[in-house]
Each structure stands twice: as structure tokens, then as C-alpha cells.
Design a protein around this ligand. Structure first.
Ligand SMILES: Cc1cc2nc3c(=O)[nH]c(=O)nc-3n(C[C@H](O)[C@H](O)[C@H](O)COP(=O)(O)OP(=O)(O)OC[C@H]3O[C@@H](n4cnc5c(N)ncnc54)[C@H](O)[C@@H]3O)c2cc1C
Length: 390
């Protein structure tokens, strides 16, 4: 029997879509080439920042707040810790920069924020150096999400809710003359028919849809390092240590959790990357020195800390860093979901809910037009955790 909906891709966007679509009563098949929570996916790192600040963009601030509530309630229901409320700290160099704009947007939405002096930052988080800063914005209800664990837990809940989960790789869809795909073909030639197909394939989307997406989603290699603090030094553990962003310099990081060290990384784009490549996933050697240099200024006690783990992730960035959530322009039974652009993880539950509503006939509102693939995407945005433009 054919399922109503096939979701291809079991990263954060795909697992939440599969679960939310199932909850609307449809039968759902969820396929992933490698599994659910695997290390090659963009969702496949241990931790991700949860923040509400997006400069003057209130839409993602609201989505992030809604998503946070869902992650928290879902984790409690599943009895798995998925969100750690460590807070998110933004290092501000200017009085009236991105952080100040975010602060007024969040205050207008009644999102709790604190405007901290640099002395207060040092008092609360000994180990942080602030000489180059003007102040800091603190989101006490921000923090971190346990990313791989989150995907794995949602996939398990989806299975319990009746979603059929299988490991299988889907071939790039063929062009269809009548504007419908009707069925997908697996690598072994097996065909699966359904009423609708959701391709939530993260950085693999450009290769699956070379004509529709192609180089309009840029895939880059991001090298992430985890540092190991000195023995007995608990200052860097979440929730004691916050998630943090230094927007002007592009650096960001996340406190240690039981299973990882302290993450320090840059939001600058790495080199172009093919996520299907069979090459080993070693981080680029040139990525480490800037991390050490940054730590020397901000966290001197971590500057020479050993690297205890590394991870290669990929950004799949759209032209304006807004997600892609839209019907395929030439196939009416195909939906494209992705373009996380380095900030998509936290929104997973709300993205899934939104895709489920689209399958139910919801027409995007003016605000939701941001996800459309056919609109002009040439206007630069400030949605990432760095001042570097897309
Ligand atoms: C270094 C880094 C840091 C980030 N930091 C943050 C952060 O702090 N906060 C935040 O909110 N977001 C962050 N992001 C962004 C976030 O992680 C991504 O936007 C999000 O995880 C993308 O999820 P996805 O489901 O679209 O893609 P993925 O997680 O990549 O999932 C796509 C899935 O599709 C499967 N697939 C692909 N092709 C096929 C096929 N042909 N057949 C079957 N299956 C297929 C893959 O196996 C994969 O599992 C970060 C990303 C990176 C790389």
C-alpha cells in the first residue's frame, strides 16, 4: 500500500515533518540514506545554539520561541534532555549595533533579555575577558539543543506514532511531463508511489535538483573544534557556561555537556563541499589557529586547551539565508524543505508543523513568503550569527 506522504531526508527538518504530518492523520514513510542522527547530516553535530536574537527580524524570533517550547515539552514527554537552558550571550562592541537592534526587537515581543555591563559579564562568568567589548546582551531563556540526540528522539517518536522509517537512498527525480512526480525511485531501482513527496535533504538538495536548486544553495565545509578544559575546571560546562556569539568577529561557541568538550567555531564560510564525497571527514588544519587566537582574547584559560574532538558539518546556504520551504516550481506533488543556512536546527519543530500545514492546503502569509523559492532573494539579510553577509 502506498503511503500518503514520503519524506526523504531524516535530519531535523525531515524527522519533525514526518512526525507532524503523521499527527494530521496521514500515513508517512520517512527515508534516509544513512540513518536518523548520523554524523554526516547538517543536524549531525552534538550541540546547536538556541537563540531568539535575529536583529530586527521578529518572525524568526517568534518561531524560535515557539520551537523552544515544543523542544522543551517534547523532551519532557520523552524523558530525554534535549534543551539545556544555559542562556545565550551576545558580545557587543558597539552601543547601537546588531545586539541593540535585537534587544529592542525582543523587548517588543516580551522575550526576556538582559543588558549587561562588561563587569557583570565577568562577575557571572569568570574566565571571559571583556576588554574589547562595550556591553553584552543576554537571553536567559536561550541555550543549547542536543542536536543528534534530538533527531534520534524525534525519529523514535515518529516510529511510535506510526511513521514507517527506512534506510534507503532516493535517486534524483526525473523530469515529469505532466507536472507531477507520482513516484520516487530508490538506488536499487525500487519505486514508491505517494500523493506527496517532501525532500528535506539539507546539503544534498542541490545535487538532487540541479536545475531547480543547483548553485542557488551554496554548500560549504564547516570545521568545528571541541576543546577540553583543565582537570576539575567546571566553569565551561553548560548550563553554568552560556552559548555565546561574537557577531562582529563571526566566532561562536557552546558550553561543554557530558558527552562533549567546549565548542568554539566560526560562522565564516568554509570551502565548497560535496556532502556525498567518500573522502574522510577531517577538519581543515588552517581552521584551528584562528580559534586559538580568539580564545587568547576572550577565554585565555582555553587558549591552549587540547582539542578533544572535531566535526565536519556543512552549511547549505540560500542566497539570502531564508529557508527554502516551498512547492517545487515544476512538480505539484513535490515539496522542497531545506536551506537551513547555518541557523535552521532550532526551528525544526515549527518547520515540521508548517510543512504539515502546507500539505493541508495552507497558503503562505505575506511573512511566510520569505520561504518561497521563486521570489527575489537578492536582498541581503542579517540572520546568521555573524556580520558576514551571505
Ligand atoms: C557547523 C554548523 C553549526 C550550526 N549551528 C547552528 C546553531 O547553532 N543553531 C541552529 O539552529 N542551527 C545551526 N546550524 C544549522 C542547522 O544545523 C541546519 O540548518 C539543520 O541541521 C539542517 O537540517 P536538515 O534537516 O535540513 O538537513 P540534514 O540534517 O543534513 O538532513 C538531511 C538528510 O537528508 C538525507 N538525504 C540526503 N539525500 C538523500 C537521498 N537521496 N535519499 C535519502 N536521504 C537523503 C541525509 O542523509 C540527511 O540525513 C548549524 C549548522 C552547521 C553545519
Amino acid at each position: 500500500v502506498s503511503p500518503d506522504v514520503v519524506v526523504i531526508g531524516g535530519g531535523v527538518m525531515g524527522v519533525w515533518t514526518a512526525l507532524q504530518v503523521r499527527l494530521t492523520g496521514r500515513t508517512v514513510l520517512l527515508l534516509d540514506a544513512y540513518g536518523f542522527g548520523h554524523p554526516r547530516a547538517s543536524s549531525g553535530d552534538d550541540t546547536r545554539i538556541l537563540r531568539s536574537s535575529h536583529g530586527d527580524d521578529a518572525f524568526y524570533a517568534r518561531w524560535s520561541r515557539e520551537a523552544r517550547l515544543i523542544w522543551e515539552a517534547f523532551g519532557q514527554e520523552q524523558r530525554v534532555e534535549l534543551f539545556v537552558q544555559a542562556g545565550t550571550l551576545w558580545f557587543a562592541r558597539e552601543e547601537a549595533g546588531f545586539e541593540a537592534i535585537s534587544e529592542s526587537t525582543l523587548r517588543a515581543l516580551d522575550v526576556p533579555v538582559e543588558h549587561l555591563s562588561t563587569d557583570e559579564v565577568v562577575r557571572r562568568w569568570p574566565g571571559i575577558r571583556v576588554e574589547d567589548l562595550a556591553w553584552a546582551l543576554f537571553e536567559p531563556e536561550g541555550g543549547l539543543l542536543l542536536a543528534r540526540r534530538g533527531v534520534e528522539t524525534v525519529a523514535r517518536a515518529a516510529r511510535r506514532a506510526g511513521v514507517d522509517l527506512r534506510i534507503a537512498a532516493v535517486r534524483p527525480p526525473e523530469r515529469a511531463a505532466d507536472g507531477r512526480l507520482e513516484s520516487i525511485t530508490l538506488l536499487d531501482g525500487f519505486q514508491i508511489a505517494a500523493e506527496a513527496f517532501v525532500f528535506a535533504c539539507g546539503p544534498w538538495l542541490p545535487a538532487l535538483f540541479p536545475d531547480t536548486i543547483g548553485d542557488r544553495i551554496r554548500v560549504t565545509k564547516q570545521s568545528v573544534h571541541y576543546l577540553g578544559p583543565a582537570p576539575g575546571d567546571a566553569r565551561w560546562m553548560a548550563p553554568r557556561f552560556p552559548s555565546w556569539v561574537d557577531y562582529q568577529t563571526t566566532f561562536y561557541g557552546i558550553g561543554a555537556v557530558a558527552t562533549t568538550g567546549v565548542k568554539v567555531a566560526t560562522d565564516s564560510y568554509g570551502p565548497p563541499f560535496d556532502p556525498s564525497a567518500a573522502a574522510d571527514r577531517f577538519v581543515d588544519p588552517e581552521a584551528l589557529p584562528p580559534i586559538r587566537d580568539y580564545c587568547r582574547v576572550r577565554f585565555p584559560d582555553l587558549a591552549d586547551a587540547p582539542v578533544v574532538e572535531t566535526r565536519v558539518c556543512q552549511y547549505e546556504t540560500t542566497e539570502d539565508a531564508h529557508f527554502l520551504i516551498d512547492r517545487h516550481p515544476g512538480l505539484e506533488d513535490v515539496w522542497l524543505v531545506g536551506g537551513g543556512s547555518g541557523h535552521g536546527y532550532k526551528h525544526g519543530p515549527v518547520i515540521g508543523r508548517y510543512v504539515a500545514s502546507l500539505l493541508d492546503g495552507h497558503e503562505p502569509t505575506d511573512e511566510e513568503q520569505r520561504f518561497s523559492w521563486t521570489r527575489d532573494r537578492s536582498v541581503p539579510t542579517h540572520l546568521r550569527t555573524s556580520a558576514e553577509l551571505v
